[in-house]
Write a protein that binds this ligand. Structure first.
Ligand SMILES: N[C@@H](CCC(=O)N[C@@H](CS)C(=O)NCC(=O)O)C(=O)O
Length: 211
């Protein structure tokens, strides 16, 4: 579908102010150093442009001239190919497939708990906290394996993982001491100037940046 004539910039991202999935795409854009127009969306009251462009009305939605993309995985992979430097995927097919699978599992098994905590009722939020803690502890070996998530260099997977780790204190998810390396991993990413650039004012309030 063609982009709406109301969209002024070639590259435009529809994004919500505290959305872990939107943050993932904003982090990819920040890592690439790409400038774009940010359209801030209240998911409960999406603007007409978004209703016209995306049949699911979801954020993040990216418009690049006549191309309209949605689903964070599709948008992130497109951006990595469209702006190849720095590359955010390894080159060999095996490592690429592993990272894609990890990102899929994160979408299916981690993100719904974040959203339950943010948007659910008290019972759903409490269940979300418990499950998110469990999946993170279950993933400890993955955080141990390399400097970044399943990879020696920062990748699209870190762009998906780090926004979740950033939110843990605000979500009320407190990890035990033996999970310190998850926090250490987070701090490595949070120190990156791209991470700071990726955040909205609302997200910056969620915790202190490392010194
Ligand atoms: N699978 C989608 C999910 C994104 C998502 O859950 N977005 C939420 C905001 S955090 C949203 O747009 N909710 C409103 C809706 O889906 O109508 C993606 O990867 O982009």
């Amino acid at each position: 579908m063609a982009a709406s004539p109301r969209i002024r910039n070639a590259l435009t991202l529809f994004s919500s102010p505290d959305c872990v999935v939107c943050h993932r795409v904003r982090l990819v854009l920040a890592a690439k150093g790409v400038s774009y127009e940010l359209v801030s969306v209240d998911p409960n009251n999406p603007p007409e442009d978004l209703l016209d462009l995306n049949p699911y009305h979801s954020v993040p939605t990216l418009v690049d001239r006549d191309l309209v993309l949605y689903a964070a995985s599709v948008v992130s992979e497109y951006l990595d190919e469209r702006y190849p430097h720095p590359p955010l995927m390894p080159v060999d097919p095996l490592s690429r497939a592993r990272l894609r699978l990890a990102m899929l599992r994160l979408e299916l098994e981690w993100v719904p708990h974040v959203q339950a905590i943010q948007n659910g009722n008290k019972v759903q939020a409490e269940a979300g906290r418990k499950r998110l803690k469990e999946v993170l502890l279950g993933a400890l070996p993955l955080f141990k394996a390399s400097k970044f998530f399943l990879n020696a260099e920062m990748s699209l997977a870190d762009c998906a993982v780090a926004p979740i780790i950033w939110r843990l204190p605000a979500l009320g998810v407190i990890l035990p001491k033996e999970a310190k390396l998850i926090e250490d991993y987070g701090q490595r990413i949070f120190r990156n100037p791209g991470f700071v650039r990726s955040m909205t004012a609302e997200e910056k309030q969620l915790r202190e940046l490392p010194a």
